[in-house]
Ligand binder design. Structure first.
Ligand SMILES: C[S@@+](CC[C@H](N)C(=O)[O-])C[C@H]1O[C@@H](n2cnc3c(N)ncnc32)[C@H](O)[C@@H]1O
Length: 229
């Protein structure tokens, strides 16, 4: 694993216990609704095998199970502390929690009908490798649906940027108890690709029908893309 990835892994191990609460606060309660939308998108097509990458505490994996109760779902992450929180939630039926690095997925080619992830792409050291891996493990015709943060744009961008730089590290100090980790979350969002550049990377990985739905003044986006059938 590259040094950048080890450092991201250490960050998520450190904030795992308070992550869900912080997430609710940072998105003003919208995160679980967006995760449901990701789950609805990926389960709209027929399918029974799903992979939720960067599953964290498992919010998207559980939303997929709620949409498709008889399916098999793997919730995968490279932070054992996040997976421990996921395993600690009472109702885990139908979901297998598994350690995996998104750069080298331990799954066969064409294994899944759908792949989901939330806030993965801006954290990885090799985006193309991560997208290629998702393409590899999806069945032909399979769908990837992902929630990702995005740098603010438009006339309000300077104000949103300033707000993020002040509010999130402050919440991270008071509630999350790890200011540096939340400063990292802000800088990784502000430094991430524009939507146009990320769309190109999905397409370069081989995906088609790449669509995006902006949320929260474009600071969050739900991405959908398909592996050609
Ligand atoms: C911001 S959390 C999001 C968790 C969850 N998807 C959600 O929406 O609440 C990002 C997660 O990505 C995981 N992650 C980051 N890089 C990863 C990688 N290379 N392989 C697997 N998981 C990774 C982290 O461990 C962390 O749990």
């Amino acid at each position: 694993m590259r040094n950048e990835d080890s450092s991201v892994q250490a960050t998520f191990n450190s904030i795992a216990r308070r992550y869900d609460l912080m997430n609710r606060l940072m998105t003003l309660g919208s995160h679980s609704r967006w995760c449901k939308e990701v789950a609805q998108t990926v389960t709209a097509a027929p399918g029974v095998n799903y992979l939720d990458l960067a599953t964290g505490t498992g919010v998207i994996a559980r939303a997929v199970r709620a949409q498709s109760p008889d399916s098999t779902i793997i919730g995968a992450d490279f932070s054992e502390s996040m997976l421990d929180v996921a395993r600690g939630v009472q109702d885990n039926s139908g979901i297998v929690w598994q350690f995996a690095d998104a750069h080298e997925l331990p799954f066969a080619d064409n294994a899944f009908d759908g792949v989901t992830h939330g806030y993965l792409l801006r954290n990885v050291s090799d985006l193309d490798k991560v997208l290629n891996e998702q393409f590899r493990v999806l069945k032909p015709g399979g769908v990837v649906s992902a929630l990702e943060s995005s740098p603010p744009s438009g006339v309000l961008a300077p104000f949103i940027r300033l707000g993020m730089k002040v509010v999130i590290p402050t919440l991270g100090t008071v509630i999350g108890r790890d200011r540096e980790a939340y400063k990292y979350l802000v800088s990784s969002t502000l430094g991430f690709l524009t939507p146009a550049a990320l769309r190109l990377r999905f397409e370069q990985a081989g995906f088609v029908d790449v669509q995006l739905k902006p949320k929260f003044m474009g600071t969050n986006i739900i991405w959908t893309a398909r592996k050609p059938g």
